[in-house]
Design a protein around this ligand. Structure first.
Ligand code: ZN
Length: 444
């Protein structure tokens, strides 16, 4: 067994602080002994045994059975990557959401607390307020049944009247997350995030679209159902804004924005639980613009597939980067694995150490995908150091361990409603296929 180096890009600090878990360990000759001795590796294999969850009978027929790793070969060279599968309960708009790549010229601006920030109270929806968005919330006691490829174009939840300046919200797209919006005042909205599918927990990630904007008006958004006591929003983090008009006119992409930012206990505990609110004020740059807000720079499953297509079509990179199907997720989405190494130079050149990297076990931690992209840009590049690394190591990369969670806009879980980062010791091949096959890949 070759020595193994394993790195996991986790994250959990979303943001410009760019902190992330990186687990690095170099194995001794005996891999099994290494595992026993070192007990580090990713959190891998050291987690408690998983509880098995039971899917209702009949569901098995629609869950693709993960098979042996399959080389994409012709598939990838043809650029034919797989379709995106959604749980059947999810509504999805037809529009393809795309954002330009843009690197801000200055470091992200921090918000400095003044002590004068407002803390808008939680508004129960009956006090003269108007619901402007209300998406179906799958029952937390339900579970994943089957998936579909979506190309639906449902009507807006609330039909818009001409001359009405009420903002229009939308989140039924890849990685979108927003469940309910209540208009509290002319320019003030109270937002509720959708919990991870089939759970009643895990709200942190948000990503939604707003249209029918008015430039220069004093808008306030308050997200009322965060569950964590502490937040980087207490330390200067600002929400991200993306303006389609700014992207088109000025080639400006995602940027941190907002003032009067406050993260605080929600005044009324809904359903007996303590929630936390994030409130901020801002102005839209243009009238009748379509804008987006997000917790951290989005990186969707489709973004990953586009990136992999580009690699597979690159005559140089595709020589030393092979893209495989590691397995399929519960919903049937392809979990990709990459093998990166230069072709052997001689017959003796066969034993190379393996380096294993994984990212995006937690869907809301998009920064791990950006770190992974940075790594792949580097290791597939033509610098002397990258070539040397490819000459001496085999890099095994699983860039997105939890595609289903990423697609549906979860923060932490897969479609089992479980945290995959706690399932490395599980034998639940059927329920946690990406984890099971990654572990198998490491053992090989
Ligand atoms: Zn994490």
């Amino acid at each position: 067994m070759p020595a193994v180096l394993i790195i996991q890009f986790l994250d959990f600090f979303q943001s410009f602080f760019s902190a992330y878990h990186v687990f690095v360990q170099v194995a001794s000759h005996n891999f099994e002994k290494f595992l026993a001795d070192k007990q580090i590796i990713l959190h891998l294999l050291q987690m408690s045994l998983a509880e098995q969850i039971l899917l209702p009978s009949g569901s098995e027929a629609v869950v693709p059975q993960p098979g042996e790793p399959q080389n994409l070969g012709d598939l990838s060279t043809a650029g034919q990557f797989s379709l995106v599968y959604w749980p059947h309960q999810c509504e999805v708009i037809r529009d393809r959401i795309e954002h330009i790549d843009w690197i801000p010229t200055n470091p992200e601006p921090l918000y400095t607390t003044t002590g004068l920030e407002m803390t808008p109270p939680y508004q129960t929806p009956d006090k003269g307020t108007t619901s402007v968005l209300l998406l179906p919330l799958p029952d937390k006691n339900s579970c994943f049944m089957y998936s579909q490829v979506k190309d639906l174009c449902p009507l807006k939840q609330i039909l818009h009247q001409e001359g009405d300046n009420t903002l229009i919200f939308e989140a039924r797209f890849e990685s979108g997350n927003l469940q309910k919006v209540v208009k509290v005042n002319e320019f003030e909205y109270q937002l509720t995030l959708r919990t991870d599918l089939y759970t009643s927990r895990h709200t942190q990630w948000y990503y939604f679209q707003v249209s029918n904007t008015q430039a220069g008006m004093p808008y306030r958004f308050t997200i009322v159902n965060f569950t964590k006591r502490n937040s980087l929003y207490k330390r200067g983090l600002r929400p991200l804004l993306y303006s389609e008009a700014d992207a088109k006119e000025h080639k400006v992409g995602w940027r941190r924005t907002g003032d009067d930012i406050k993260y605080y206990k929600t005044s009324v505990g809904q359903d007996g639980r303590q929630y936390f609110s994030l409130t901020w004020t801002f102005q839209f740059p243009y009238d009748q613009d379509t804008c987006y807000f997000a917790h951290c720079y989005p990186y969707t499953y489709s973004n990953l597939q586009e990136y992999l297509v580009a690699i597979s079509k690159d005559p140089v990179k595709s020589r030393f980067c092979k893209i495989h199907i590691l397995c399929h997720s519960l919903a049937g989405n392809t979990v990709y694995a990459l093998t990166i190494t230069n072709p052997p130079k001689s017959d003796k050149d066969t034993e190379r150490k393996a380096v294993i990297l994984t990212a995006r076990v937690h869907p809301g931690e998009t920064n791990s995908s950006w770190i992974m992209k940075g790594f792949l840009d580097y290791i597939l590049g033509d610098s002397g150091k990258a070539q040397l690394l490819r000459d001496n190591f085999v890099f095994k990369v699983v860039p997105m361990l939890n595609p289903d969670g990423v697609i549906v806009g979860n923060h932490r879980c897969s479609l089992t409603g479980q945290d995959l980062n706690r399932k490395y010791k599980s034998n639940g091949k059927k329920f946690y296929p990406s984890i099971w096959y990654t572990r198998k890949m490491i053992k090989r």
